[in-house]
Ligand binder design. Structure first.
Ligand code: AMP
Length: 275
């Protein structure tokens, strides 16, 4: 696996690689969900590239940027073993020199839910992903369903800015009890970890209600009751997966989204409900 640390080096390596090239962007601290993205990339691309960059621009002051788990040596070994040929791992100082000024403004898709809770988050995400796409020039970005609003923001950015890169979406990898894998699960105490799957159970109640043609308000109320202390609901809703506007009709197709906090950690999850 070749490791590149500058945009110029990465672009040259990408241009010298066999096509199609798929890029798996990550913030590192890899788990089986990230490796599922690499597995998918392998099935569709001649060259699999990945990136590791804990992007300071998408963390608000007071969030967990400083304590976000970092495991660069282990991550490199896992990516190499999984068949990643090119790794882009830039330094923050090179990505954002002191006079860095331009940002990508994601528009209304990024306004609600995570965007409302984390002001500036999707601006940071869209800006860094545009920089990664410019450095790596991938044919395909391989990303997880886990971060559904991020997917909606980035799909819109690629479309609105005429970028010739598509996104392939990989289903969310879960633990046996349903908890979506996440690097932030490392923050959970054993007791918090036991309670954490309550969020997924709540999403399943809404999904089952949608499929059965149940009514919106009582279904959401039953689902909220599944989010028991020490879990606390942040939001639970049914939205259009492309716009993140709440669905007026409680019917499929739709995306069930939810977030809950536990201790100092906030969990994020969703279930797509196709027709
Ligand atoms: P992160 O390192 O958390 O920024 O995530 C990097 C990529 O991995 C994003 O496209 C995420 O959506 C994806 N991802 C994170 N968790 C999972 C999971 N449990 N299953 C599948 N993909 C995931």
């Amino acid at each position: 696996m070749r490791v590149c640390t500058t945009a110029g080096e990465m672009r040259a390596a990408s241009r010298a690689s066999e096509r199609p090239l798929a890029l798996v962007p990550t913030m590192g601290a890899l788990h089986a969900g990230h490796l599922a993205l690499v597995g998918h990339a392998q099935t569709i691309a001649a060259t699999v590239a990945a990136s590791i960059f804990v992007n300071p621009l998408q963390f608000a002051p007071g969030e967990d940027f400083a304590r976000y788990p970092r495991a660069f040596a282990d991550d490199c070994a896992r990516f190499a073993a999984a068949g990643v040929a090119l790794l882009y791992a830039p330094e923050a100082e090179a990505m954002y020199p002191p006079d860095f000024a331009v940002r990508v403004e994601p528009g209304s898709v990024g306004d609600g839910y995570e965007g409302a809770l984390r002001p500036g988050h999707f601006t940071g995400v869209a800006t860094v992903v545009l920089k990664l796409v410019n450095a790596c020039e991938p044919d395909v970005l391989v990303m997880g369903q886990k971060d559904a609003q991020q997917l909606a923001v980035l799909a819109r950015m690629l479309r609105d800015l005429d970028l010739p890169t598509r996104i392939d979406i990989v289903p969310t990898m879960r633990a046996d009890d349903g908890l979506a894998l996440s690097s932030r699960n490392a923050y959970l105490t054993p007791d918090e970890r036991l309670a954490a799957p309550g969020l997924y159970r709540a999403l399943c109640i809404v999904r089952d209600g949608l499929r059965a043609g149940a009514e919106r308000a009582p279904t959401l109320a039953r689902a909220r009751a599944a989010i028991e202390p020490p879990l606390r609901e942040t939001y639970l809703d049914v939205v259009d997966p492309l716009t993140f506007v709440p669905c007026e009709r409680f019917a499929t197709p739709a995306l069930v989204i939810g977030s809950a906090s536990i201790g100092t950690t906030r969990l994020l999850d969703n279930i797509p409900v196709p027709d």
